[in-house]
Structure formats: C-alpha cells, structure tokens
Design a protein around this ligand. Structure first.
Ligand code: C2E
Ligand code: MG
Ligand code: MG
Ligand code: MG
Length: 279
C-alpha cells in the first residue's frame, strides 16, 4: 500500500518488501532530502609523507547524518545505494565541489597548500561528462588543478578500461592527478596498469592490516611498492593503524601513509585546529 505523508515523504512499502529493502528505500529517501537540505558533510583524513612525517594531503570522505536522530550511516552502506539510485551523480558533484572549495579556502587562509583526494565511484566515472564536471569544479572554486587528486578504484578502472584510458588523458590534460584506490583487490593486468599510468597506487587496507607478521601480506605489500617504483608512480598505504605497520612501510620504501595511527578522518574545523601548528 502507498502511504503519503506529504509530498517529500511519499513512500511505497509493498508488503513483500524485505527488511533490507525497506531500509534501503528509507536511506534513499533520506539521502534525497539531505541533498536538498545540506545534510551531507565532508571529513578530511591526513596523508603523511613517510620520509619527513609531514602532512602532504588529505582524503575527502563524505558523511551522512540522518536527521531523525538515528545513528550515522556508513558510506560503505549508503554509497552503493546512491550508485544504484543515480543519486551518486549529484552527491558526487557536491563532494567534489565542497572538497575543492575547502581546499582553496585553506590556501586563501595562508596554510601550506595540500592536495585533496576525492573518491570517484564507477557510476560517476561512467557518467559521460566527468572531465567537464571536474573542470567546472576547479573553475568555480578557483582551485589550481595541481591540488586535486581523484581516487578511482582498481576495479572501476579495469572493468571500463578503454573508457578509463580516455578519461585519464582528459583528467591529466586538466592537470589533476589520479590515484588507483584499493589497489591489489581488483585484478589488474600489468600491461593495462602500465597503459593507464596513474600518478599513485594506493595499497588496499586488507594487505596492511596484518603487517608485519603475515608473510603473504608482507610480500604483496613489498611487491606493490616495487611495482609502483618501477612504473615511476607514487605509492601510499591506507589503513595504517600501528607503529609496527608504519615501521614496515618505512623500511620498505612506501612514499606516503594514511590511517588511524596518524589520524581518523576529521571535520574541517577540527582538522584545521589539529594541524594548524604543523602547517
Ligand atoms: P576508501 O576510499 O578506501 O576510504 C578509506 C576508508 O577507510 C574510509 O572509510 C576511512 O575512514 C577508513 N579508514 C581510514 N583509516 C583507517 C584505519 O586506519 N583503519 C580502518 N579500519 N579504517 C580506516 P569510510 O569513510 O567509511 O569510507 C568507506 C568507503 O566509502 C571509501 O573507501 C570509499 O570507497 C567510499 N566513499 C567515502 N566517501 C566517498 C565519496 O565522497 N565518494 C565516493 N564515491 N565514495 C566514497
Ligand atoms: Mg579512497
Ligand atoms: Mg581506499
Ligand atoms: Mg579501501
């Protein structure tokens, strides 16, 4: 039966819908409202240089807090719903613009320039005019392209390879850099990896978690670091949580690190106050 609670709350709960389907429909509805009413936020997680310990960039991570007082919903849950419903297109555009705007505001305030990395989902990537969107975000915010990095997962790149190459050329033509996110989980062919020529490989957290004790993960991590080095690409490890993981990565020549050991993702104001001194 259909239940109408005014225009914006209109919802259709068919009796056969599973609990899971009802939850997804509810999240989708809440996201539509949040998009209109500013219910999304961006947090920033530091990326740190291994050689000198300095802050060199941030990853922008979207946050969604339901207005009904229920606990926050993880992007792991709402990003796939946004992808399937098409909401990822306006949401992704908002995150991109917000991250560029914030980064430019930090530069205008006199902080040392940082590169901001924005995650790009498969649906956004395939949306046809993605390079125009990036160009417009840079133009409207005034951020220089050198300070924008786009994180695209290995799976997205490899599943849309011809298109990925074309888009990569357009993005690099704009002057932004590109990282391959969750690297090691997406069955790259090495020849494709070479053709795609990303700026950075980002080692997936699953390989970092059991370092340094797990010999397989240690071997894979070292192989990715060597691969990046030989392809003349930078390499960053995500999900670094312990001193021992960091020591391993440092010893084996990883360029950059990111993870709870350094900092969780932080709201913009908190990020500023924590890093103002180092900046
Ligand atoms: P990702 O791009 O691989 O982002 C890294 C995730 O790992 C983030 O989770 C981050 O909070 C978490 N993380 C960082 N350091 C650590 C650590 O030391 N330990 C552990 N256990 N986790 C750590 P988050 O923010 O929940 O995001 C999850 C995924 O959702 C992201 O994975 C990305 O795929 C997607 N996502 C987040 N924001 C956006 C966005 O703005 N656009 C798109 N398209 N996807 C996004
Ligand atoms: Mg990422
Ligand atoms: Mg990642
Ligand atoms: Mg990951």
């Amino acid at each position: 039966y259909a239940k109408s609670l005014g225009k914006r709350n209109y919802q259709f709960y068919a009796p056969h819908m599973t609990h899971e389907a009802v939850r997804r429909a509810s999240i989708e509805r809440q996201m539509r409202i949040a998009l209109e009413e500013g219910g999304f936020a961006v947090e920033y997680q530091p990326k740190v240089s291994v050689s000198n310990g300095r802050l060199i960039g941030v990853e922008a991570l979207v946050r969604f807090k339901p207005t009904d007082g229920r606990p926050p919903i993880s992007p792991v849950e709402f990003i796939p719903i946004a992808e399937e419903s098409g909401l990822i297109v306006p949401l992704g555009r908002w995150v991109l613009e917000e991250a560029c705007r914030q980064n430019k505001a930090w530069q205008d305030a006199g902080y040392l320039p940082l590169q901001v990395s924005v995650n790009v989902s498969a649906a956004q990537f395939r949306s046809g005019n993605f390079a125009d969107l990036v160009h417009n975000a840079l133009k409207s915010t005034g951020l220089s392209p050198a300070y924008l990095d786009l994180e695209i997962t290995e799976t997205t790149v490899m599943q849309n390879f011809e298109y990925a190459i074309k888009l990569m050329r357009q993005l690099q033509g704009l002057g932004v850099s590109v990282s391959i996110d969750d690297f090691g989980t997406g069955s790259s062919s090495l020849s494709k990896l070479k053709l795609f020529s990303a700026d950075t490989l980002k080692i997936d957290r699953s390989f970092i978690r059991d370092l340094p004790d797990d010999r397989d993960d240690a071997a894979i991590t070292c192989a990715i670091i060597d691969l990046a080095r030989n392809l003349n690409q930078r390499v960053i490890a995500e999900g670094v949580e312990t001193k021992e993981q960091f020591a391993f990565l440092q010893e084996h020549g990883c360029d950059e690190v990111q993870g709870f050991y350094f900092s969780a993702p932080l709201p913009a104001e908190k990020f500023e106050s924590m890093y103002a001194r180092q900046w």
